[in-house]
Ligand binder design. Sequence first.
Ligand code: C5P
Length: 230
Amino acid sequence: MTVPRYIALIPAAGVGERMGTSMPKQYALLAGKPMLQHVMETFAHSTLLSHTYVVVSPNDAYISDLPVLAGTTILKCGGATRQASVTNGLLAISQDTEEDDWILVHDAARPGLTHDLLEKLIAFVKDDAVGGLLALPVVDTIKRSDGHGRAEMTVERSALWSAQTPQMFRHAQLLQALQQVQQATDEASAIEAMGHRPKLVEGSARNFKVTLPQDLLLAELYLKDFQGMS
Ligand code: C5P
């Protein structure tokens, strides 16, 4: 039996509509470098990972401007949804991957990931039967809207976590789950729908998903001034 490897898969085929820019948000400049380059470098510089794959759209016009990094392969097989992009990426690497290899799926829009967080996730999940993800316990009081701008009720938050990435699952199990489950917004939800319980590993606020224009400034602050924070 071979020892499972750790392989990164970065879905980067979104258009980032909520950012309101013509260029997809993963190419927005942060501290002088495109967001996606920060993410690719974090994985390329990690000694734990055996390879990194980046899934971009077939008509991506920006990826060729990024530096070529050792141990990193670009796959031009992005789909219409994040789920389709990850599924296409998993299919594209099937020949070079063992079914028990760990796949760490990480959003291109989370440039705040650090080596410490990556190492923590792997350490907590590597011996798990299912897999797991970085996530944060919810700290705010949570309201359920009535759909008309009014709070209908307050939701008990003690068991609530907000999901981050990387999300780490075995190649064969993840591919099967994503192919069977409809509308999975992340890998863990597909695995949960198959009856499993992914492990929640506490992440960090700095690993937030850049979504709105004002998020760029915060992401840049973390990248420039808080390199040591995890
Ligand atoms: O749009 P959102 O921020 O939720 O996207 C999360 C990640 O999924 C981003 O890295 C984005 O590029 C990626 N994505 C993708 N293919 C899509 C939609 C999103 O790879 N069709």
